[in-house]
Design a protein around this ligand. Sequence first.
Ligand code: TXA
Ligand code: MG
Length: 307
Amino acid sequence: MILSATPDAIGEAARAIVRGELVGMPTETVYGIAANVFDENAVRATFRLKNRPADNPLIVHLARTQQWSLVATVFSADAERLAAHFWPGPLSLVLPKQASVPTVATGGLDTVAIRVPDHPTARQLILEAGTPLTAPSANSFMSLSPTRAQDIETAIATGLSCILDGGSCLVGIESTVVDMTGAEPILLRPGGVSRLAIERILGRPILTTRGGERRSPGMYDRHYAPVAPIRLVERLGPLDCGISFRAPLNASQARLPNDAIGYAKELYKSLHDLDRLNPREIAVELLPDSDEWEAVRDRILRATSRK
Ligand code: TXA
Ligand code: MG
C-alpha cells in the first residue's frame, strides 16, 4: 500500500517497524526496505523478501551523525570529516560494528556500513521508530533499484506493511560506500558522492577495491539490471529502444541530461519505463569516461554484464 508521506503515515510506518514489520522508505538515492537493525527476525525477513544472499551486508540508516555510536565502535578523524561534509547525504561509511548489531545484518562481518539519508521522511521515520534502520534498495536481488514508489515490484510491495511515497529520488543512484576500517579509506562502491569530492575533503587520493579480502561482498558483476538486456552503442538508430543524449527518434527512446548528476537522477526511472515496453533489448549510448561519470558507468556496466 503506497501512502503519501504525511506525519500520520510516517507515524503508522514507525509503529509497524517497532512491531518488527518492514516498510518501504524513500531516501535521496533510491527507495529502501526499512527494518529495525536490532530486530534479527525483521532483518532476516528483509533478506528473504529480496532473495538476497546472507553474506551481502545491509547499510544502517541514522537520523543524525551522533547516532553512530549506537551501531559502530570507532569514528576516526577522517570519518568525522567526511560525515561533517557529506551527511545527510549519499555516502556510506564502513566502520567496526558494535556487538549489539546482529551479524545477520552485516552479512557475518564485524563491520557495519552507516549513513544519514538526505530525505526528511527517512530521518523522521528513524526518529519515530526510535532505532537505526537497515535499508537495502527495495528491489529483488539483481534487479533494478526503484527511484519512485510505483517502481517497487509487486513481489516486494506485498512483503511491506506500507510504502511511504516521498516522490522521485533526487540523487537516483545508490550511495558511495567507503571502507574506513583500515589505515587508508577504500572506495568499495562508487555512488552519489563522487570520488573527487571525497578526495578533496580528505586532502589525498583514496584507494579502490580490487578484490581480495577488503572487497565489498555485495559487488557482483551483474547487478542493477532491467529485464531486457542492455547493450552499449555509439549512437541510437531510428528503431532502437534506449537512452541517448539526443532528441528521441521514436517513442521508446529517452533523452537524458549530459551531466553526470542529471543523468544519474533519471537513469533507473528511464530503465524502469523502457523495461515496461518489453523491448528485445535496451540500447544505451556510450558515456563520457571522465571521473564524474564513474558511478553511472559502474551501474551501466553491471547492467550489461551477462554473468
Ligand atoms: O543508497 C543506498 O545506499 C541505498 C539506500 C536505500 O540507502 N541502499 C543500498 O543498500 O544501496 P544495498 O543493500 O542495495 O547495498 C548495500 C551494499 C552491499 O551490497 C555492500 O556492497 C555494501 O553496501 N556494504 C554494506 N555493508 C558493508 C560492510 N560492512 N562492508 C563492506 N561493504 C558493505
Ligand atoms: Mg541494492
